[in-house]
Design a binder for this molecule. Structure first.
Ligand code: ADP
Length: 743
């Protein structure tokens, strides 16, 4: 009996110490209640251990000492449980001070309650027992014990009264049960000896049961608190995404609600499956380097497309204990992406079609204009009748306008589709400005306007930039200034600022004394197809594209364009951009001796080279006639053929110096013909310069042709002067028998 009782109580001590150990392992600093529960378990274990040892003793003296030590656990138990009740009841102020203060009374009471005369030990059927002798300290101890129990009861009643949640009520009832058990137990060994009966270690048993009940309450309380352990539980079950936990052997052991909903199976059914039975994945999916593996896979159960992320879970020793698999259903996203991709492909195709259409249009429109302008040029060169000459001049002006319009539309489309690129090359600012001045002054003169370029003579001349685009911007603004000025004049003033690293900030201000722009319209100027001041300009031709092209080109070149205007008085358009200085040599004066206005410029060839053999290849007979006619006065020997194949035959027979090759031809196009020319062994014109002659003048084509291996490029409609100038570059000096003289 004694052995059994001792073993039992000894077992209580072990259990409570284990509980204390497990609480300590989770960390005592996290919350006060953890520390309290830990101390309570220690004191309970202490109580059980030493009161258990009392039972085993045969020597009363040793038993007395065992009890004396064990009583420390009793008082500590009372203090800790009081503090736990205070914590849960959340009582404050005076009441709290009284309850805790009273519990601490146990400390000074302890030495007196364990005085030798207070207890008498005797051997009973359940081992060494004791009874408390009546006296002041025994009574004080009993009163302390009862009042402490009543205090705790009061705290619990307080908790019960203020509790609004069910879990608090449950806790309060649990605590009442604890107190009742401890009090009942203590009656057996505290009260029984008082009435002269041997003390049965009921309080030791009672406190253990009470301790266990308190521990349960503590666990219950912790469960309803937010902490990292139960947080993960809440999260695990509340997330909608399917979550699967696999053990080390890759067996599915836990699934969340999201997973059961996703698979439309019960948790038990899910847990019978392996990952490769749920998703189309191979078995090796768990073998990966690093902590995470993310794969896309189709779910076998519902055919949804999922992003499956697999994380390894490690123990404290960095060994894998399992895997957490989180699944994102991306079916909708994938379908959306597919749709977008299809749309993109369709848009790309449409864009491609647009590109092809524009190239074709460019070709189709330029070919007849080439004929009109070329034939017209021949009339101008050869006709002596002034009236007919005037008609021809008008045709030339109208053709130029038509051509400018087509160029604008093509350039604009190119900018819109993001295909316009800035190509930087070294160029002469002087040459560009002179060409501009020549072109614009003629137009201004024709309208009776004064026209002037003010350029500082020390401006650096050789610059790096996209000459074609800078020229296009300035030409657009100058043409507008002339177009929208009825009397007065147009002046372009250049100013510059040298910056570090050989950078040059150029500012071109074009001022006119024209119709001006109303203030409210200035904001709309750069909008595409928008023409402002409709009333004033309805008689002036225009597409409303010029300034929007200027704006976009300036953006591409990282420059700026600004407008200041006074309606009825005139406008100033200022464009500023940066170019790099290649050579600092000054530009000098732009002025040249002026020709008498109205004097007709009679055509003279720029060179004469009768020994030069030129082969012209074009599928369009009229084009061939135009080229032949334009070059007639140079006296070169010109052979015309109508296809790439004929071209190859011609070069087998004859050694030409220059080949003018059309690009867009049926059967064998320019590129293919060039390829053959370069590779055929019996080509007698291997050294000939091959110049591509094309009606496709889309921006950026020049670079493409040069990349393909052509020596140079000239676009249709062919400008006779430009053609002669270009050819001169490829004719050796010794063949030039005569240089042209202009009258
Ligand atoms: P458009 O082909 O009509 O000239 P732009 O884009 O070049 O198209 O110009 C847009 C509008 O801006 C013109 O229609 C005109 O109303 C106005 N504009 C442009 N330059 C001037 C100027 N120098 N003076 C007055 N109005 C101008």
């Amino acid at each position: 009996m004694v052995e059994l009782l001792f073993l039992c109580i000894y077992g209580f001590a072990v259990i409570t110490f284990c509980i204390a150990f497990s609480i300590a392992q989770k960390g005592l600093r996290k919350s006060r209640i953890d520390l309290l529960c830990f101390l309570l378990a220690i004191s309970s274990g202490w109580w059980s251990l030493f009161f258990g040892l009392v039972l085993k003793q045969t020597d009363q003296n040793v038993a007395f000492w065992m009890r004396r030590i064990g009583m420390i656990g009793v008082f500590a138990f009372v203090i800790c449980s009081t503090y736990m009740m205070v914590y849960w009841s959340d009582i404050r102020g005076r009441m709290r001070r009284y309850v805790t203060g009273f519990a601490w009374l146990g400390a000074p009471l302890y030495p007196f309650t364990v005085l030798k005369g207070n207890t008498t030990f005797e051997m009973t059927t359940y081992g060494m027992s004791y009874r408390m002798n009546s006296g002041i300290w025994s009574t004080a101890y009993t009163v302390y014990y009862i009042v402490a129990a009543l205090n705790m009861l009061m705290l619990v009643i307080h908790l019960l009264r203020r509790s609004i949640r069910r879990r608090e009520k449950v806790m309060a009832y649990n605590l009442i049960t604890c107190i009742a058990i401890v009090v009942l137990g203590s009656i057996l060994d505290t009260v029984m000896p008082l009435v002269g009966l041997a003390a049965f270690p009921g309080s030791t048993i009672g406190q253990f049961i009470g301790m266990m009940a308190l521990y349960q309450t503590y666990l219950f309380y912790k469960k309803s608190q937010m902490n990292i352990e139960n947080m993960s539980q809440f999260v695990y079950y509340s997330v909608d995404e399917p979550v699967f936990l696999f053990d080390e052997a890759e067996r599915l052991c836990i699934v969340n609600n999201g997973a059961t909903v996703f698979l439309e199976m019960s948790a038990e059914e899910c847990c019978k499956m392996r990952l490769n039975e749920i998703f189309e994945l191979n078995r090796d999916v768990f073998r990966f380097q690093g902590g995470k593996n993310r794969v896309e896979a189709c779910c076998i159960q519902n055919h949804n497309i999922c992003s499956v992320s697999i994380d390894k879970i490690y123990d404290d020793y960095q060994d894998i204990i399992g895997y957490i698999v989180i699944v994102h259903d991306i079916t909708e996203r994938v379908h959306m992406m597919e749709k977008l991709d299809q749309e993109r492909q369709r848009a790309d195709k449409a864009n491609e079609a647009k590109g092809v259409f524009l190239a074709n249009m460019s070709h189709e429109i330029r070919t007849p204009i080439n004929a009109v302008m070329g034939m017209n040029e021949m009339i101008i060169r050869e006709c002596e009748d002034n009236e007919i000459l005037e008609y021809a001049q008008n045709i030339r002006d109208a053709s130029k306008t038509l051509l400018a319009l087509i160029n604008d539309i093509l350039d604009f489309s190119k900018i819109e589709s993001g295909m316009m690129e800035v190509v930087e090359e070294a160029y002469s600012l002087k040459a560009m400005l002179k060409a501009l001045e020549k072109e614009c002054s003629m137009r201004a003169e024709a309208k009776g306007l004064a026209f002037k370029f003010v350029v500082p003579e020390d401006t650096p001349n050789v610059l790096l930039g996209d000459e074609v685009r800078v020229r296009q911007v300035l030409l657009n603004i100058l043409t507008n200034a002339i177009k929208y000025t009825l009397k007065g004049g147009v002046t372009m003033t250049l100013s510059y600022e040298k910056r570090e690293n050989k950078r040059l900030w150029l500012t071109f201000a074009v001022t006119d004394t024209g119709i001006g722009i109303k203030e409210e319209n200035i904001g709309r100027l750069f909008d595409k197809f928008d023409r402002v001041n409709e009333e004033e300009i309805h008689a002036i031709e225009g597409s409303g594209l010029g300034l929007s092209i200027v704006d976009r080109l300036m953006k591409l070149m990282h420059g700026t364009v600004k407008v200041e205007s006074e309606f009825g008085k005139g406008s100033t358009f200022t464009v500023a951009l940066e170019q790099k200085i290649i050579e600092d040599q000054p530009i000098g004066s732009l002025q040249e001796e002026k020709k008498t206005p109205g004097e007709r410029v009679r055509y003279m060839p720029q060179f004469i080279a009768p020994d030069i053999k030129v082969l012209v290849v074009d599928d369009n007979k009229v084009n061939l006639t135009v080229v032949k006619g334009l070059l007639r006065k140079t006296q070169m020997q010109i052979t015309c053929v109508l296809s790439g194949r004929e071209c190859l035959e011609a070069v087998r027979r004859e050694a030409y110096h220059i080949i003018l090759l059309d690009y867009m031809m049926p059967e064998m196009d320019g590129a293919e013909t060039l390829e053959q020319l370069k590779t055929m062994p019996d080509n007698r014109s291997k050294d000939a310069a091959v110049i591509v002659l094309t009606a496709n003048a889309m921006a950026g084509m020049k670079e493409l042709y040069l990349e393909q291996g052509f020596d140079a490029y000239i676009s249709k409609p062919i400008d006779g002067t430009a053609l002669e100038q270009l050819l001169m570059e490829y004719i050796p000096q010794e063949y030039l028998t005569k240089k042209a003289v202009r009258s």
